[in-house]
Design a protein around this ligand. Structure first.
Ligand code: SAH
Length: 283
């Protein structure tokens, strides 16, 4: 992630209507590779930062090497910084305080896990900056469709699986698609111990979205393209919201929000961001 300085909300250029088109057929290999984490139990609830652990209560998480005795303290500090930067949604802050980001980064980087940085996760990709994850998830929760609770969400770019775990705490079902097999497998490994029954990992090209879970109340992309693929707009539910980085000028990306209503699409361009590129095909 780059500087990601928050800018005033502006109406995007060409806030017009995107024409409707039928969703492309999903190849069988995508559908077959859906990995649903079906274990029954959700992760045990870590204690809320600042609330003392009851005497004798079982330890929730092993201490990460280099993060001190109890990672909830450093995570609470991270959440304070995120809140100070303007994220106010309590569901988002709770999710950020709960998901152990250090579990998603390489052991050599564990002591940087709660700094507001993107970090390498292999294959030239990065785990997103926590403040940007929180910002984007908050935007998703602010849609018309999410008023009665966020139902199905599609994430493009699973990476190491961190944002999936955050989304799993605020949405009913989360589908996440990754084009790099190595990272798809890494995310599966990272998420397995969390036993999130509402998470579905897919190996495939997210340029085509994932029709198997559509329509989505929310679509969130962790990779930035020159524009938003038509399939994403097609797979968005009426009242749903798409949040994605898009290239706005050479070497410059901004966060784009697209709201779908029965009248069409409304686009809003927000602050500058710096995501890895959206690429096609699987590798
Ligand atoms: N969500 C991650 C961020 C991963 S970085 C997190 O929690 O931190 C973005 C990811 O998008 C990379 O892993 C990259 O391989 C993936 N990506 C890029 N283009 C894609 C595409 N067309 N379909 C699926 N994944 C894609």
């Amino acid at each position: 992630m780059g500087a990601d300085g928050r800018q005033a909300v502006g109406r995007g250029a060409g806030g017009g209507t995107v024409s409707e088109r039928r969703s492309p057929q999903v190849p069988g290999w995508i559908a077959r590779s859906v990995q649903s984490q079906t274990s029954a139990a959700r992760p045990s609830t870590p204690r809320v930062p600042g609330v003392p652990k009851a005497l004798g209560a079982p330890r929730v998480a092993a201490s990460p090497v280099g993060v001190g005795l109890d990672s909830s303290t450093v995570r609470a500090r991270m959440v304070q910084r995120i809140a100070a930067a303007g994220v106010a949604n309590p569901q988002v802050l709770q999710a950020m305080a709960t998901v152990e980001r250090h579990r998603f980064v390489d052991s050599a980087l564990v002591n940087q896990a709660y700094e507001d940085n993107s970090l390498p996760i292999g294959l030239g990709q990065t785990i997103s900056k926590p403040s940007v994850v929180a910002r984007m998830v908050e935007l998703l929760l602010d849609s018309e469709a999410a008023k009665a609770g966020l139902r199905r969400v599609l994430e493009i770019g699973t990476g190491c699986g961190y944002q999936v775990a955050v989304l799993a705490m605020v949405a009913k079902e989360v589908y996440s698609i990754e084009r790099l097999r190595g990272l798809h497998e890494k995310a599966r490994g990272n998420l397995r111990p969390l036993r999130l029954p509402n998470v579905h990992l897919i190996l495939g090209d997210g340029m085509a979205g994932f029709a198997g879970g559509a329509p989505y109340a929310g679509i969130i992309s962790a990779a930035g393209g020159d524009n938003v693929p038509q399939a994403w707009c097609d797979q968005l539910a009426v009242g749903g919201r798409l949040v994605a980085p898009v290239v706005v000028a050479a070497g410059k990306q901004a966060l784009l929000v697209i709201d779908k209503s029965s009248h069409g699409f409304k686009q809003t361009v927000l602050e500058a961001v710096n995501f890895v590129p959206l690429k096609s095909g699987i590798a």
